[in-house]
Ligand binder design. Structure first.
Ligand SMILES: [Zn+2]
Length: 316
């Protein structure tokens, strides 16, 4: 059977046709242009679906279901986007609106939740019923599947692991509270930590790296650390501890089989996963007496949003 997954982002809307074996047949994208009224954006989404189906030679009535992964608080049961800051949506009845164009079952969920489902069904957590997905990007997003159930909380407003407390009264978070995990472990946070270290250590290679890139990025400290820069190594070591600290809390709460890490920072790859793995082994509750939790890089990459959204439609 064919399913369509739609990955709704602030810049682009991507859609792809996927089957239940995880084969991605075709994908395409259109600009979101988020300043428009939602009815226009939803119309574009429906047209994108019709266009990829037509290009693939599939009649739109053959699509068994459509899933959408959307950033923000998503009321999946009501089919309503409660609030999405990236696309300026507030109380948008997106399932009903989309139904004006395409008649098939439509499922929506938060993008990190959808990505967790996609990874559990087709990616690094394939076959597992207990997966915690963590995305280290502009923010820290989490998706939690426990005993096969995607945790959403009331009206989809839960499972926000990025905002668990790491340090009371600490750094200011995007949510308005201080000391959240996100304020220490996001790409935004490592950029801030890198800038601070660059000021303190003008001799550090981080300055040259940033100049080469044209900006301070999430990679700057990692690149300089690999060349042996002491100040950069300290930034990276601290950052890894911050990431691991939050993951250990997630492990203690949910004890999954896998913690899967996605987002730009995860491109650092295996050595980063191994460092986090060692801290998780050492510090999670019960130590070696409790079931081992494997820390892995999420593998679906750029198409994770499409796979995850399609998986939303398949789970019913
Ligand atoms: Zn927060």
């Amino acid at each position: 059977m064919y399913y369509i997954g739609i990955d709704v982002g602030g810049m682009t809307i991507k859609a792809g046709i996927v089957d239940e074996n995880g084969k991605l047949y075709i994908k395409d994208a259109v600009p979101t242009l988020p300043e428009r009224h939602y009815s226009e954006i939803v119309r574009d989404m429906a047209e994108l679906c019709k266009s990829i189906a037509a290009k693939q030679g599939i009649d739109i009535t053959e699509i068994a279901g459509v899933g959408m992964g959307i950033p923000g608080t998503i009321n999946s049961k009501a089919g309503v986007i409660t609030y999405s800051n990236n696309i300026n949506f507030e109380k948008v009845p997106i399932v009903k609106e989309f139904g004006k164009y395409i008649k098939c079952p439509v499922y929506i969920n938060n993008d990190a939740n959808a990505a967790a489902l996609g990874e559990a069904k087709f990616g690094s957590g394939k076959g597992s019923r207990d997966v915690v997905f963590v995305t280290l990007g502009t923010g820290v997003g989490t998706g939690i599947i426990t005993e096969g159930i995607l945790l959403e909380g009331k009206m989809g407003a839960g499972a926000e692991g990025g905002h668990i407390a790491l340090k009371m009264g600490g750094e200011l978070c995007s949510c308005g509270k201080r000391g959240c995990w996100e304020a220490y472990a996001s790409a935004t946070a490592i950029i801030r930590q890198t800038r601070k270290a660059m000021e303190l250590h003008p001799e550090s290679l981080m300055n040259a790296e940033a100049e080469k890139e044209g900006k301070v990025s999430g990679r700057t400290a990692f690149n300089a650390a690999k060349k042996g820069d002491v100040a950069a190594k300290k930034v990276v070591d601290n950052y890894i501890k911050y990431v691991a600290e939050g993951i250990i809390s997630m492990v203690n709460l949910f004890r999954p089989d896998y913690v899967l890490i996605g987002g730009g920072i995860s491109n650092e790859g295996d050595w980063l996963m191994q460092k986090i793995q060692r801290r998780v082994n050492r510090y999670s509750f019960g130590g070696h007496r409790n079931p081992k939790v494997y820390v892995r890089k999420a593998v679906l990459g750029n198409d994770a949003g499409i796979y995850g959204a399609a998986a939303l439609a398949m789970k019913k």
